[in-house]
Ligand binder design. Structure first.
Ligand code: GLN
Length: 547
């Protein structure tokens, strides 16, 4: 049965709990253990699928089609373990399950309460797959003391109580603020945060203290004493140049050792950290630099395109170059000329997105890349807009557009080269959708196979013709226009296995112009960069050498 590590946070949000959890997961793997990471989010949305990326950052999609928190992306990037829909849950999902059971009569007339019904539902979620791995790392979103997080904290307290002694530990992240005036790190907020945790019956075994300055021995002793934690279990977390330094940095600070000690695992197998040393080396010793524009809508919040930014970094690591990403707001040239905004970049990436705002700018970005022969990677909406661009400007369909925007505007302005997908095949069954369906969880979601055309650019990049990638979209390029577009050189080089859904398009005769209906960024890892990103950055390096 798995040992459980519960990761909580206090004092402030955004301390990097997700990253600490992911790094710890990778360190336990480096010591030969198997791990699975899980996220419990206190908000009431059933999942983040319906949240604006401005609010919550990117939605991370799993192979089995769950729309989850972006922390699951960190988990995958650090451990390589594909997340499942049973690895992410919110209060909304828990309550919705409980209420569904209540309506069905499953509770046999009982009064339904937070304790035990909601907490039991959370405990059931925690138990899924407990026999499959050595360690289950469960991160609780938010900070201790938040009203909405209470049922989760109560559930993990009960859970550890239900298990044999030594089966569960608690790791708590806090902040040590630095007062410049007195030149001191302050421990009081940490003490209060631990007190808050203790007041709900949880005593932390390991404290991870974020700090911008080295933690003096004296302060470490003080924290240990007041928070009732062993001194070796007060682990410092300093700011890092790159998130991929986290496994080595946490190892140096003794996090994995503290965790193994807390479980009484002795002697602990030594860690094999070669992979992370190589990652470190590639990040810190680049041989050149490329500048890539991400032309999107959610440019004020970088977390909105988290996986794309990370995948570009991985692509840079594959080529030993630093990728300098610049966020360009597509709306800036919805009407005017794109050239002043896009000149000077070595490659252009148009990411996924929803809604019409900024799409004319994205179409211009695709046109600019096509005409100037700059490497272009269009992802999901970025592919759809590249197809619209080809239809309008090359194939002579002036009115080409996406049905998505006509739906939004309640008008019929466009010839829908991108249409509302209402039926598709998943495994051995057909999925059906209709206009007006719920917004949550109804897109074409998760991993689907695609077949690539032999001899195409993408087949060469992937090194094969059978791929599986993750999807998240409602609209689709219409094969009705395939012949007309191929005639002018836009090749449909990847299709769903039944040949009905275009998965990839590429311009013949262009050095690097690829649009993909799926999200390759979700599967890229620092130690295994996605081939499309690795080759896209390689193409950008070539452009950088020409100028
Ligand atoms: N809005 C488009 C669709 O639903 C693209 C989605 C995306 O880019 N993820 O098809």
């Amino acid at each position: 049965m798995a040992r459980y590590i519960f990761i909580t946070g206090g004092v402030v949000s955004s301390l990097g709990k997700g990253l600490a959890s992911a790094a710890l997961g990778s360190l336990l793997q480096a010591r030969g253990f198997s791990v699975r990471l899980r996220k419990l989010d206190p908000y009431l949305n059933v999942d983040p699928g319906t949240m604006s990326p401005f609010e919550h950052g990117e939605v991370f999609v799993t192979d089995d089609g769950a729309e989850t928190d972006l922390d699951l992306g960190h988990y995958e990037r650090f451990t390589g373990v594909p997340a499942r829909n049973t690895d992410s849950v919110s209060s909304g999902r828990i309550y919705s399950n409980v209420l569904e059971k209540e309506r069905r009569g499953d509770y046999l007339g009982k009064t339904i309460q937070v304790v035990p019904h909601v907490t039991n539902e959370i405990k059931d979620f925690l138990s899924v797959g407990e026999d499959e791995v050595d360690f289950m790392l469960c991160e609780i979103g938010g900070t201790v003391g938040d009203i909405e997080g209470l049922p989760f904290f109560e559930a993990i307290r009960q859970f550890s109580h239900d298990k044999p002694r030594g089966q569960c530990i608690f790791m708590h992240l806090t902040l040590l603020p630095y007062l410049a005036a007195s030149g001191e790190l302050k421990t009081k907020p940490t003490q209060h945060s631990v007190k808050e945790l203790q007041s709900i019956g949880i005593a932390p075994d390991v404290l991870v203290c974020r700090s911008e300055h080295p933690i003096p021995e004296k302060e470490r002793e003080k924290i240990a004493l007041f928070c009732n934690v062993r001194k070796e279990c007060v682990v410092a977390a300093y700011d890092l140049k790159s998130i991929y330094e986290a496994p080595l940095a946490y190892h140096e600070q003794g996090l994995d050792q503290a965790v193994l000690d807390a479980f009484d695992i002795s002697p602990a197998p030594g860690p094999k950290l070669d992979v992370w040393h190589d990652v470190y080396d590639r990040i810190h010793n680049p041989d050149g630099k490329v500048k890539i524009a991400i032309v999107g809508k959610y440019t004020q919040l970088e977390d909105a395109y988290k996986s794309i930014a990370e995948a570009l970094t991985h692509g840079g690591m594959a080529n030993r170059v630093k990728v300098k990403v610049e966020w360009v707001d597509a709306e800036l040239f919805d009407e005017g000329d794109a050239t002043p905004y896009l000149e000077g970049f070595h490659a252009i990436l148009v990411p996924g997105g929803f809604g019409e705002r900024g799409t004319e700018g994205k179409i211009k970005a695709a046109q600019f890349a096509r005409e100037k022969k700059i490497p272009y990677l269009g992802i999901c909406l970025g592919m759809q807009m590249a197809v619209v661009e080809a239809a309008r400007n090359v194939a002579g369909m002036e009115k080409a557009g996406s049905e998505e925007f006509d739906h939004e505007a309640g008008k019929k302005r466009f010839e829908p080269v991108v249409y509302h997908l209402k039926e598709w095949v998943q495994g051995n069954h057909t999925v059906a959708r209709k206009a007006g369906d719920d917004k949550g969880g109804t897109m074409r979601l998760g991993a689907y196979n695609a077949t690539l055309t032999e001899g195409s650019h993408v087949a060469q990049i992937y090194g094969g013709t059978a791929i599986e990638e993750r999807h998240r979209h409602r609209y689709e390029v219409d094969t009705k226009y395939r012949a007309a577009l191929e005639e002018v050189g836009l090749q449909f080089s990847g299709m769903s296995p039944d040949g009905k859904l275009p998965e990839i398009v590429e311009w013949k005769g262009h050095p690097w112009f690829i649009g993909v209906q799926f999200h390759p960024e979700l599967k890229s890892k620092p130690f295994a960069p996605h081939p499309l990103f690795a080759d896209f950055v390689r193409a950008a390096v070539e452009v950088s050498r020409l100028v």
